[in-house]
Design a binder for this molecule. Structure first.
Ligand code: NAP
Length: 237
């Protein structure tokens, strides 16, 4: 496994839910972190007890290309490089195939697909320079199969799966490895309205964070393209 010492990881959506749990476990293991969020007060709260000598924060808005570029540049300048990118930020949204309001489709596309795609594009030169760059995209089992009416969300996560596999190809020769993590229900705000399942039977964000840690720490010759993770018996493909 690769050592966390001196390795720099960017995490989007680090102010809450899965992103916050990922940041916490990466920090505990000793990585240097560049954490992005919309709500900087929430993010300041997250890092209150972190070692600030190896942590920076930056505003992150998935739909704002100039903001994304500024964050990647600020991270490379502060730490001298970038070794991993975790795309955790994402939105839910209920819109189905026969819904004629396309605004939710557009928002899901912008945040869940174009946001991670742009962050990958901007950080790839730094990840290639690392020699063991890592990309972890928090996708979903909704990016693997369609089992409900959430067509828009599933479309955006299927797109993220395509982006993940494109990133595997683009970075391979330079040691960049990409993993798509595909969970079922995770106990966060996004799952607050889930029916028929209790919060404690969902996947816990801390457990998912351990899997993300593993994806970042595995050596170049043990690449894991997808991780399908569920809390109940159900279709995985
Ligand atoms: N929870 C689940 O059951 C589940 C299952 C499968 C996959 N996922 C995926 O896991 C990822 C994390 O979700 P979560 O469960 O941790 O939900 P969450 O607690 O609602 O967190 C979502 C995160 O995404 C950020 N975000 C939303 N829109 C954004 C935008 N336009 N620009 C920048 N950041 C934005 C949020 O920031 P703010 O705090 O500023 O809103 C928040 O940090 C998402 O990609 C989600 O699709 C979740």
């Amino acid at each position: 496994m690769l050592s966390p010492d001196g390795r720099v990881v960017m995490v989007t959506g680090a102010s809450g839910g899965i992103g916050r749990a990922i940041a916490s476990s990466l920090h505990a293991k000793g990585y240097s972190l560049s954490l992005g969020a919309r709500n900087m007060d929430k993010l300041d709260n997250v890092i209150a007890n972190y070692d600030k000598t190896r942590v920076m924060t930056h505003a992150y808005e998935a739909t704002d290309a100039a903001n994304n570029k500024a964050w990647v540049e600020a991270t490379a300048e502060r730490f001298g490089g970038i070794d991993a990118l975790v795309n955790s930020a994402g939105m839910g949204g209920s819109v189905n195939l026969e819904d004629d309001d396309e605004s939710v489709f557009d928002a899901l596309w912008a945040v869940n697909a174009k946001g991670p795609m742009r962050m990958i594009r901007l950080s790839l030169p730094h990840l290639r320079a690392s020699g063991s760059g890592r990309i972890v995209n928090v996708s979903s089992l909704s990016g693997k199969r369609v089992i409900n009416d959430g067509t828009g969300y599933a479309m955006s996560k299927f797109a993220l799966m395509a982006i993940s596999h494109a990133a595997r190809r683009a970075g391979w020769e330079d040691g960049v490895r990409t993993t798509a993590v595909c969970p079922g229900w995770v106990n966060t705000e996004m799952a607050a309205s889930a029916e028929g399942i209790s919060r404690d039977t969902m996947i816990q964000p801390e457990d998912l964070a351990e899997l993300v840690n593993t994806a970042i720490a595995l050596p170049n010759n043990a690449a894991m393209a997808e991780m399908l993770v569920n809390c109940s018996l159900g279709d995985m493909f």
